[in-house]
Design a protein around this ligand. Structure first.
Ligand SMILES: [Zn+2]
Length: 376
C-alpha cells in the first residue's frame, strides 16, 4: 500500500504505516493555523480493509465536529460515499473502510479539486446562457471567475451567489454545480422566468488558491476572506468581486459555506448591522420559509447564535453587503456530518443549489424586483 497527498487540494502527511498495515496521518495547518480539511489517496488497496488514524484530529479547529462524524471516501471511480466506520477517541480520528478497487481517496467531505472547478467552468460556458469573465487575479495568479446569466440591463436586480471563501468547505462548490446544471437546462421554465427577471452573478469559487493548496479556511497569504469584506487587505479575491458589486449593485446575495459542527443546513442573516432593520429581517424570514417549503433540506433552525444590534462583523460578506447595499444577504451553511440516519453528501448540496432558484424567485416576487440598490 502507498499513501499520497494529491497535489491538487490534498492535505495530510503520512506519519507511518505499521507492519500490520495501519496508516497514521497528520493534518497540515493552513497559514492561519486552521486545520479540519484532509484529503489523501491510498493506492494498491484492492480488497483490503484500510485503517487510517488521523493523529492530530484533536488539534482540529472544530474538534466537536468529529463527534458522530463519518469520513468521506471515494473507492476508485465510484461517487463519494461515507466510510464503513469512523470513530473519534482521545484526539484521534479512526477511519475504517474496505476498498474494492486499487485506489481509495479519503477526505473530510467529498473533495472538489481545482481541476473539477475548471471542468465546472468549462461545462457552464458551453451553455449559450452563460458568459464568463475574469475579474482579477489571485496571489498565485489564478483567475477570479465570474459567470453572468440572465438580464444584463442596468435596472435588473443583481442576484449574487458566491461560494467557497473557505476552501475546505467543499460542499459549497457542489452546491454551485447543482445550481449551474439547473440554470443551463433550456427546458426548465422556472429558470427561464428567473433569467427574465434578474441579472445573475455567480462566483463558483471565491478562493481558488486556498482550494488548490488544500487550505481549510484561508487564501495563499493566510487571509480569511470572509473577514476581509470591509477592508480587503491581501485579499485580491474579495477586492475584485466587491469592486464589481460596487459598479453593478446587489439586490440579493447568497454566500455558500459549510459548518463543521452543526449537523443540518441553515441560513444566517445579516443581523447586527445598521441597515438590517425590521423590513429586511422580515424579508429574510420570508426567504428562508420559502426555501424550506420548496426543499425541506433547508431547515428553519438557527445554527448560529444571534448577533446583537451593532455587533455585526462588517468583514463578513453578508453583513458588509447588507450594510453597503441594503441587500437581502444570507450565508448558507451545510453540514459535514449529518443527523443520525441521514448522509449529507454532494447530491444533497447539489439539490440545495437547484432549489435556491425558486427561493430567489420568491424573494424577487416579494419585493426584490426593483432597481439594483446603489452603494452608499
Ligand atoms: Zn465558512
Amino acid at each position: 500500500m502507498r499513501v499520497r497527498t494529491p497535489e491538487d487540494s490534498g492535505n495530510a502527511d503520512l506519519v507511518e504505516i505499521t507492519p500490520d498495515g495501519e496508516v497514521t496521518l497528520k493534518m497540515r495547518p493552513d497559514p492561519s493555523g486552521h486545520r479540519q480539511w484532509f484529503y489523501v489517496e491510498l493506492v494498491d488497496v484492492k480488497n483490503q480493509r484500510v485503517v487510517v488514524n488521523i493523529q492530530n484530529a484533536g488539534e482540529a479547529s472544530w474538534p466537536l465536529g468529529w463527534e458522530g462524524y463519518q469520513a468521506a471516501v471515494q473507492d476508485g471511480g465510484w461517487p463519494w460515499a461515507r466510510a464503513d466506520h469512523t470513530s473519534y477517541q482521545d484526539g484521534v480520528l479512526r477511519i475504517e473502510h474496505t476498498a474494492t478497487t486499487d485506489r481509495l481517496a479519503l477526505a473530510t467531505f467529498a473533495a472538489y479539486p481545482i481541476t473539477r472547478h475548471q471542468a465546472l467552468i468549462a461545462c457552464a460556458v458551453a451553455s449559450p446562457r452563460v458568459r464568463r469573465e475574469v475579474l482579477g487575479r489571485t496571489h498565485d495568479g489564478r483567475p477570479m471567475e465570474l459567470l453572468r446569466l440572465g438580464r444584463d440591463d442596468a435596472e435588473a436586480p443583481r442576484v449574487w451567489i458566491f461560494a467557497r471563501q473557505h476552501p475546505g468547505e467543499v460542499m459549497a462548490e457542489w452546491f454551485m454545480e447543482g445550481l449551474l446544471a439547473r440554470l443551463a437546462d433550456p427546458e426548465d421554465e422556472t429558470v427561464a422566468r428567473l433569467l427574465r427577471q434578474a441579472a445573475l452573478r455567480l462566483v463558483p469559487n471565491m478562493n481558488p488558491d486556498g482550494s488548490a493548496r488544500g487550505h481549510h479556511r484561508v487564501n495563499a497569504k493566510g487571509v480569511d476572506l470572509n473577514r476581509a469584506w470591509a477592508e480587503p487587505i491581501d485579499a485580491p479575491e474579495v477586492a475584485a468581486v466587491r469592486a464589481r458589486m460596487d459598479q453593478e449593485g446587489v439586490a440579493i446575495a447568497l454566500d455558500i459555506h459549510g459548518d463543521e459542527e452543526v449537523p443540518f443546513t441553515f441560513l444566517i442573516s445579516a443581523q447586527g448591522v445598521p441597515r438590517f432593520d425590521a423590513a429586511l429581517e422580515a424579508e429574510f424570514a420570508q426567504f428562508r420559509a420559502a426555501w424550506n417549503q420548496l426543499d425541506p433540506l433547508m431547515s428553519l433552525k438557527d445554527g448560529a447564535p444571534p448577533t446583537a444590534p451593532g455587533e455585526g462583523h462588517l468583514g463578513v460578506s453578508t453583513k458588509q453587503l447588507a450594510a453597503r447595499f441594503g441587500a437581502l444577504a444570507a450565508t448558507v451553511e451545510m453540514p459535514y456530518r449529518s443527523a443520525p440516519g441521514e448522509d449529507f453528501g454532494p447530491s444533497h448540496a447539489k439539490s440545495l443549489g437547484e432549489s435556491c432558484v425558486e427561493a430567489v424567485l420568491a424573494a424577487l416576487a416579494a419585493g426584490r424586483a426593483g432597481a439594483p440598490i446603489a452603494p452608499r
